[in-house]
Design a protein around this ligand. Structure first.
Ligand code: NAP
Length: 243
């Protein structure tokens, strides 16, 4: 296992939720941290939450815009590990009511974003480096109806990582697939109903509770540190696929 001590880790989506959890865990293991997101306010708030000094670099960039990602990575220089948890809530319309523009925006902000990040990170990663992207439980347990698009996109990530891990070898490429995690995205998705959703799901899950970002962050740390893990999808869902 390669330690993260002194390694430069870039977390796209590091200003909130799962990404903020990954940033915190990487920092605790001695990584030099860069967090990327679209909102500078969110980035600065996250930086304050993560550390009392200014050792964390924040970069404002939208991963769907290639010139912004190219400029962001040019400013960051060479680095060791890329993690992306960036994404927006999925469209949940039944297929007969699907708005194609809404779907395109979602695909852009999830899959195309990952493609652009990979393209520009591949030029910057040092030997021994890795990329880790995020899929999710919706590919295994699609919300029905309205789950077809998110299921397809989340499912595609495993195949993306398998192919890319061969193309970019020896750079490692992996996916983390979380179950439900208590984050601001969940608030955005279900609002005041969150407590009742979580209570009902926690009662069904083998682990008996909903994940906090720190619970899934450990899988991203493993993906970065385990230099024998590549092309893999790490499921961290508290047994949600089994119920
Ligand atoms: N929470 C769950 O239960 C759960 C379960 C399974 C999978 N997931 C997946 O895990 C990922 C993270 O979810 P989360 O719950 O941590 O969400 P979150 O709290 O809303 O965080 C999303 C992060 O992504 C950033 N982001 C979004 N679009 C971006 C873009 N185009 N360019 C750069 N940064 C962007 C956001 O910052 P800005 O808004 O400032 O850009 C924010 O930092 C998502 O892809 C989600 O689908 C979540």
């Amino acid at each position: 296992m390669a330690s993260l001590m002194g390694k430069k880790v870039v977390v796209v989506g590091g200003s909130s939720g799962i990404g903020l959890g990954v940033a915190s865990a990487a920092l605790a293991r001695g990584a030099e941290l860069v967090i990327i997101g679209r909102s500078q306010d969110k980035l600065l708030k996250a930086r304050r939450a993560l550390s009392s000094d200014d050792q964390i670099k924040t970069v404002t960039a939208d991963m769907t815009l290639e010139h912004e990602i190219a400029a962001a990575f040019a400013g960051i220089g060479a680095f060791d590990h890329l993690v992306s948890t960036a994404g927006t809530p999925p469209p949940g319309d039944p297929i007969a009511e699907t708005d194609a523009d809404k779907v395109r925006r979602f695909v852009d902000n999830k899959l195309i974003g990952a493609v652009l990040l990979s393209k520009h990170a591949a030029r910057k990663l040092r030997p021994g480096g890795s990329m880790t992207f995020t899929s999710g439980i919706n590919k295994d347990k699609p919300p029905v109806p309205g789950g077809a698009v998110v299921s397809a996109i989340a499912g595609s990530f495993s195949y993306f990582a398998r192919a890319l891990s061969l193309e970019l070898a020896p750079t490692r490429v992996n996916i983390v697939s979380p179950g439900w995690v208590d984050t601001p995205m969940f608030d955005e998705l279900v609002g005041d109903a969150k407590a009742s959703y979580f209570e009902a799901m926690a009662a069904r899950l083998p682990v008996g509770r909903i994940a906090a970002p720190a619970d899934v962050a450990s899988a991203y740390i493993h993906a970065m540190e385990s230099d024998f893990t590549t092309g893999e999808t790490l499921h961290v869902d508290g047994g949600q696929r089994l119920i």
